[in-house]
Design a protein around this ligand. Structure first.
Ligand code: PMP
Length: 433
């Protein structure tokens, strides 16, 4: 039985009068009129008073947990300084860029943005400028933001759990046609596109782990192959680390796999819930943004905002100074994955567990789940039932099939054990029906 949400429903209905669809981002309303009224550590509370252990984590932005004192304290202190600069550069912007350059293996320079979509849009435009080529390659299942070049082929109709493909009306055919689609973990599909469009492809962009369809883990051969193929073909390799950055390792997934992309986009966890993003990469490429010597436009009233920069500095500094953070969250993530796999096995549920670090995913599909095509076997309805019942039991997860869940720095071993007990009960109940 779904917990009634009278206050949430009332708020949602009044929102619908002034906000189209009642939410400011499409995936924030999926089935239930939540309105969150409080958040602390690993927990959120809704306007109807229900408390949830939060694995949604605002799509992964909450890496240290909600209202982390280290970050919020730095943000509060930043309010005593300059509120916004319209000339020159602030100290915090420099410090933020210095930290990114220090921590991210392939970063030699960085530009600030306010969202992951802006960062990937800049990456794509820069790649086109540098190579003087029009096309890009993205992978089926990866999401890189809402802008025209990439708003397609995330979850496509045949296997979709929600949405449409392309993700939006109003995109020029030229923009859609300029984006070629390859299969993740299939180097041959990328090679074939390079052969079909010689010297026309500016960049290959990917989520190194496509977390927008859960967690497809890349083979080492695939990421290394992409590196040598793009180099050989004169195209740029762009890692979109908006989810994996700072979450899977201090230096992002590129640190884990040892492959150095030419450009990397960041966002989400970088500011632990505050709006901040960035694009980093090779100096010779990034210098094309130089307003004097370069020719690619870098603009944005709020770029490098003091609040955002303060949040990013505090988050990165905390992570750098607490290497045990990764050991802890990865151990909890592993416990969750092993626990869920054990439960599925014990109960005979046709499910596969995936994930990396603190991220865990329950696919309602039998193994293997290596590529997007495997995910077409996912029983979306079963996941949605699982999700609904877990939420009713007080565990907030992403309300969409094929999505991931996140262990943050605020979760404890006890939290994970309680989650596993609840998952056991929910799955057992589903099987008994
Ligand atoms: N890239 C990836 C990998 C993402 O997951 C997202 C957001 N889900 C984006 C880019 C876009 O970021 P934003 O929503 O901040 O524009």
């Amino acid at each position: 039985m779904t917990t009634p949400k009278p206050v949430g429903r009332r708020l949602y209905e009044s929102a619908c009068q002034v906000i189209p669809g009642g939410v400011n981002s499409g995936t924030r309303y999926v089935g239930e009129p939540y309105s969150l009224a409080g958040a602390q550590g690993a927990y959120v509370t809704d306007a109807d008073g229900a408390r949830y252990l939060d694995y949604h984590a605002a799509f992964g932005a909450m890496l240290l947990g909600h209202n982390a004192p280290e970050v919020n304290g730095a943000v509060a202190r930043s309010l005593d300084g300059v509120d916004l600069v319209g000339v020159g550069v602030g100290e915090t912007e420099i410090e933020m860029a210095r930290l990114v350059v220090e921590l991210i293996p392939s970063a030699e320079m960085m530009i600030a943005a306010m969202s992951g979509s802006e960062a990937t849009a800049q990456a794509i435009r820069l790649a086109r400028a540098v190579t003087a080529r029009p096309l890009i390659i993205k992978f089926q299942g990866c999401y890189h933001g809402w802008h025209d070049s990439v708003a397609r082929n995330v979850i496509s109709p045949a296997g979709r759990a929600y949405g449409r493909d392309p993700l939006s009306a109003g995109i020029l055919d030229d923009a859609l046609d300029s984006t070629l689609i390859a299969e993740f973990n299939d180097l041959g599909s990328v090679q074939a596109l390079f052969e079909a469009h010689p010297e026309r492809i500016a960049a290959v962009i990917l989520e190194p782990i496509p977390h927008n369809v859960g967690a497809l883990l890349p083979t080492q051969e695939f990421v290394e192959g992409l590196r040598s193929l793009t180099r050989k073909e004169g195209a740029l390799l762009v890692f979109d680390e908006v989810i994996t950055g700072f979450r899977h390792a201090l230096g992002g997934y590129q640190q884990v796999c040892g492959v150095r992309p030419d450009l990397t986009s960041f966002g989400k966890a970088m500011g632990n819930g505050f709006p901040v993003a960035g694009l980093a990469g090779r100096r010779d490429l990034m210098e094309r943004f130089d307003f004097d010597g370069g020719d690619v436009l870098l603009a944005g009233t709020f770029n490098g905002h003091p609040v955002s920069a303060a949040a990013a500095i505090a988050t990165m500094t905390y992570l750098r100074d607490h290497p045990d953070f990764y050991t802890r969250t990865h151990t909890l993530g592993e416990r969750m994955r092993l626990g869920l796999a054990g439960i599925a096995d014990e109960l005979g549920v046709a499910a596969t567990v995936s994930g990396f670090g603190g991220v865990f995913v329950l696919y309602f599909a039998s193994a293997p789940t290596l590529g997007y095509r495997d995910l077409l076997r996912n029983d979306n309805a079963a996941y949605l039932t699982f999700h609904r019942r877990m939420t009713d039991a007080g565990f907030l997860m992403l309300p969409m099939a094929l999505k991931r869940n996140h262990v943050s720095g605020a979760h404890t071993e006890d939290d994970v054990e309680r989650t596993l007990e609840a998952a056991h009960d929910v799955l057992k109940g589903m099987l008994a029906e």
